[in-house]
Structure formats: C-alpha cells, structure tokens
Design a protein. Structure first.
Length: 94
C-alpha cells in the first residue's frame, strides 16, 4: 500500500470492529444503580490475530469512535464495489 494511501486512511480515521452499549452498576449506592438501571458504557470490540479485544470508550470520545466506525463501513462498501468491478474486468479479458 502506498504511503499516500496510508496517510489518507490515517487522516480519515477508521475503526474496524463493533461498538456496543451496556449498563454497569458502579458499586456505590447512587440512585441509578439502586433502581437497577446502571451507568451507560460504550465498548469497542475487535479481533486481532485471532483474539477478541474489548476497549472501553470514554463518553467524551463516543462521537469520534462512531464517526471512525462509520468511515470504516463506508470504506468497506467502496472496496466491495471496486472488487466487483475489477472481477468483471478480469472476466471480460479472458
């Protein structure tokens, strides 16, 4: 992959994986935990070398993480479209 492509991806910001929301009890006797609701937490999970990793995303970084994840999904669509086009081009050459 060219240096300019890598730089463009770095500037775009991408996250391959899944974002999920869960609710955790803090252990203190705050009203949210007493009522059973818990505190909203965002996690990002991804696979690397056959292992799954889960990372807590701070509330202040949630919008950015969601944006980078959307960028990844858009990039995946572009790659799939280009793959189909290139396969068709290869098929026509034979």
């Amino acid at each position: 992959m060219s240096r300019t492509t890598r730089q463009a991806l770095k500037e775009l910001g991408i996250l391959k994986g899944s974002l999920s929301v869960s609710y955790k009890r803090c252990g203190n006797l705050c009203s949210r935990c007493r009522e059973g609701k818990g505190h909203r937490c965002i996690y990002f999970s991804y696979r690397y070398r056959g292992k799954t990793f889960v990372v807590h995303i701070p509330k202040r970084s949630e919008k950015l993480a969601r944006k980078w994840h959307r960028n990844y999904l858009k990039l995946t669509k572009v790659i799939e479209e280009e793959t189909r086009k290139n396969l068709e081009r290869l098929r026509k050459r034979s």
